[in-house]
Design a protein around this ligand. Structure first.
Ligand code: ADP
Ligand code: MG
Length: 342
């Protein structure tokens, strides 16, 4: 008899994670929050311990022909720290697992760890362990980060109430376009190795792709202003997906305004050059590692003049309705994109 076979692409990333989650129940009272947030939340006495892991694979998440190993090391740490930031926590330790093939020299590993070290210094985290193994060809880096947050300041994806204000930091879509630029230059270089890549015009975009930062600065500023977001997530997959996660987990609907989405002018111009709608790069691009969060409207006064926090819309009580009001004033349903890797 033929065995049943279901393609993973049928479920998609979110469907697969949902399925895994539903097959497991938590047994320990210390496991406060399991699968389904940016980090797990573990009761560690007076505070919460936060744990998150992210893996980067050569050929999927990075291409060493344009990703210098130093940057890769930095980015691998930054994307992990970003998940702790998304819990309103402070990162403290990382462990690193490496898969290496004989393609990599000691100098290459040194360069990778140079970037890791810089990130550890910048974010104040300690490298406390890991694992090293051989890999048939590609480079694999898996980092697990541990952090801490006060019990009453730990922020989940699921805490937004109707009529909270939706905020996003920085600007969106640049990292995605940086990748498009790098891919294009790689093709040009492959067809004519004498051609030097012309990246000056795209410096900001390429920097956003190669050197992302976790927004720990925002976490510290929120604490200084005594603001605890009602919900929060980091923008790793694109604004649309992250809005869906906040809405679904909080059981609220989302309404955002296209003209409020922060897009840098270089992002805008380059999107047009690539014949992509600039808004689409923000909604579906990903890898921005900005923070998306909701606040109680009573906190708006304290944040309204912040130069790097943008108010893009609000939540409402119809959890089934996630919409964007376009620049023309039309109502556009938001589409969750999710996974590109399968
Ligand atoms: P993020 O984009 O913030 O890193 P993910 O979308 O990767 O989050 O993961 C969402 C949730 O699913 C997290 O709680 C994560 O720990 C969990 N998760 C992802 N993959 C697996 C897996 N293979 N097994 C168990 N849990 C997983
Ligand atoms: Mg995340």
């Amino acid at each position: 008899m033929e065995q049943k076979r279901t393609e993973l692409s049928q479920l998609g990333e979110f469907g697969l994670i949902e399925r895994i989650k539903n097959n497991f129940s938590l047994q320990n009272p210390t496991s406060l929050k399991g699968i389904g947030d940016d980090a797990a939340v573990i009761n560690a006495g007076t505070e919460n311990l936060l744990v998150s892991t992210d893996m980067l694979l050569e050929g999927i998440h990075f291409d060493l022909s344009y990703m210098p190993l130093q940057h890769l090391g930095y980015k691998a740490v930054a994307v992990n720290v970003s998940d702790i930031a998304a819990m309103n926590g402070k990162p403290e330790q990382i462990v690193i697992s490496l898969g290496l093939s004989n393609r990599f020299s000691l100098e290459a590993v040194d360069a990778l760890y140079e970037g890791i070290k810089t990130a550890c210094k910048n974010y104040g985290v300690d490298l406390v362990g890991g694992d090293t193994t051989s890999s048939p060809t590609g480079l694999v880096i898996s980092i697990t980060v541990m952090g801490r947050a006060a019990k009453d300041k730990t922020v989940l994806r699921g805490g937004a109430k109707a009529n909270d204000i939706i905020c996003v930091t920085g600007d969106l879509g640049a990292a995605f376009l940086g990748l498009q630029v790098l891919e294009r230059e790689k093709e040009v270089f492959k067809s004519n190795p004498k051609m030097q890549p012309d990246l000056e015009k795209y410096e900001y975009l390429v920097g956003r792709q190669l050197k992302p930062e976790a927004r720990m600065d925002i976490v510290h500023e929120l604490a200084e202003k005594n603001i605890v977001p009602t919900s929060m997530i980091d923008v790793s997959d694109g604004l649309a997906s992250e809005l869906f996660h906040l809405g679904k987990n909080s059981n609220v609907g989302i309404k955002i305004f296209e003209d409020k989405i922060p897009i840098d002018s270089q992002t805008y111009d380059t999107a047009i050059e690539f014949k992509i709608d600039p808004t689409t790069t923000a909604l579906n691009g990903g890898e921005d590692y900005e923070l998306l969060f909701t606040i109680n409207p009573t906190d708006f006064e304290k944040l309204k003049n912040h130069p790097d926090i943008h108010f893009i819309g609000h939540t409402h009580d119809n959890a089934k309705q996630n919409v964007m009001i376009s620049k023309q004033g039309t109502v556009v349903p938001l589409q969750a994109q999710g996974w590109k890797h399968f």
